[in-house]
Design a protein around this ligand. Structure first.
Ligand SMILES: Nc1ncnc2c1ncn2[C@@H]1O[C@H](COP(=O)(O)OP(=O)(O)OP(=O)(O)O)[C@@H](O)[C@H]1O
Ligand SMILES: [Mg+2]
Length: 410
């Protein structure tokens, strides 16, 4: 059954809309209007489906109503908005530009409302159809994006630097098709690395309406100027306990069905969240510095993953913070871990500056040896065709349940 949301304080209008609509109706207060779609959906009760049609009463001010309509148009393409205004003729052009489906007067009779609402429902249903040719952003349930997880046994070796640059680099190849998830749930610093001030964090996207509907989830993501979406870590480390591995698994599944690339930053070691992410991962990026404890840690991590039955076609071993004076070479690392190193990222002052400014190197295009290597990393993942869900991640092996039970940290 279709669902209509009326945003108005008028009981009279509510009665006529109820008479006119052949749909389930929810009502929320019209004054003040919610600032955006996520605030609007938060006012719906738990378990209430997302509406196909929203009737927005502009009695409190047409500017606010048009601003909300514009955001609904951009962020929720499967919802049609009908505006209620005393001056439909004056507002018509602005309403058209805001993507509004129709404008009616507050005293419109039931038969007129019936026609308008039926047309709006038809528009919403048409807009909700998948867009041919780009399942990554159409929500096609049969396609799945590529999940890339960045891990390291030790802290401070550049996971966040690599994850943010990789995500920005991928987003720049195809804006709005990449999402970066901060799974360093206690001390994640993706928001700082990207200069983001998120309205919603991991806690919000794994709770309430965003966890039940992929369209609502998108409105809870934080947008970066490069066209990247981000799920930032909770502001308070104490909130981390509220995010369970099952929450994370559900979130990653939904994001992989909506985005071409899902890039995941993790905490050091293999905590529950990292293991849950690895369980859904197609491409694992493993990082180490050029120091003996770090390299030995990486060898142990590779052993553990092998013992858990996790094998990847897409496994990328990176040395970061490389310099000529460390006393270790790439060949030493390869001999210790028993596998090839795919890329060496140099120690670079430009990284420190970019982290402090909150502008990743691949956003500013700073000329630097590190930028060059980061571009090579991005090239390893492009282009990424969406694959049918049933054939996704063919080499992720048996560990699905075992992984969750293990808790392995430094
Ligand atoms: N190639 C590099 N050259 C110079 N500095 C670097 C390089 N890579 C990372 N850094 C610096 O090292 C520090 C740690 O980097 P980053 O936060 O990315 O590591 P991390 O593995 O995510 O750490 P944590 O485990 O604490 O989350 C940062 O100050 C960053 O600027
Ligand atoms: Mg980090």
């Amino acid at each position: 059954m279709s669902h209509l949301l009326l945003v108005s304080d008028s009981t009279d209008l509510r009665q006529r809309v109820a008479d006119a609509a052949r749909a389930r109706i929810s009502v929320i207060a019209g004054q003040p209007l919610p600032a955006g779609p996520s605030q609007l959906f938060q006012q719906l009760g738990a378990g209430t489906p997302i509406p196909q049609v929203i009737v927005l009463d502009a009695a409190g001010g047409s500017d606010d109503a048009l601003a909300l309509a514009t955001r609904l148009d951009v962020e929720c393409p499967g919802i049609a908005v009908v505006l209620v205004s005393e001056q439909p003729d004056t507002l018509a052009l602005a309403a058209l530009r805001a993507g509004v489906c129709d404008v009616v007067r507050p005293d419109a009779e039931t038969p007129e409302l019936r026609t308008v609402l039926a047309r709006a429902l038809h528009t919403a249903q048409a807009a909700a159809q998948p867009v041919p040719g780009d399942p990554a952003i159409s929500g096609d349930a049969t396609a799945r994006g590529r999940v890339i997880t960045v891990v390291s046994p030790k802290g401070g070796v550049g996971k966040t630097t690599v994850a943010t640059n990789l995500a920005v680099g991928l987003a720049r190849t195809a804006p709005l098709t990449t999402v970066l998830v901060d799974l360093d749930v206690q001390f994640g610093d993706v928001a700082s690395a990207l200069s983001l001030d998120p309205d919603h964090t991991l806690l919000d996207v794994t709770r309430g309406p965003a966890s039940q509907d992929s369209m609502v989830l998108k409105t809870f993501l934080t947008q970066h100027p490069t066209g990247l979406y981000a799920v930032c870590g909770p502001a308070n480390p104490a909130d981390a306990d509220a995010v369970t591995p099952d929450d994370v698994a559900r979130l990653l599944q939904t994001l992989a069905s909506e985005f071409r690339y899902v890039v995941i930053d993790t905490a050091p070691g293999l905590d529950e969240h990292a293991l849950t992410a690895i369980d859904q991962t197609d491409e694992l990026v493993l990082l180490t510095g050029l120091d003996v404890p770090g390299v030995r840690g990486l060898r142990k991590e590779l052993d553990i993953l092998r013992d858990l039955g996790v094998a990847f076609d897409g496994r990328h071993v990176l040395i970061n913070l490389a310099d000529a004076h460390s006393g270790l070479t790439k060949a030493d690392v390869e001999a210790t871990i028993g596998t090839d190193v795919d890329l060496v990222l140099p120690r670079s002052r430009a990284v420190q500056i970019s982290v402090n400014q909150g502008v990743p190197l691949l956003q500013s295009d700073a000329r630097d040896p590190m930028t060059k290597q980061l571009r090579k990393l991005v090239d390893r993942f492009t282009p990424a065709p969406m694959r049918p869900a049933e054939t996704a991640a063919p080499t992720r092996t048996s560990g699905r349940h075992r992984l969750r039970r293990k808790r392995l940290t430094r």
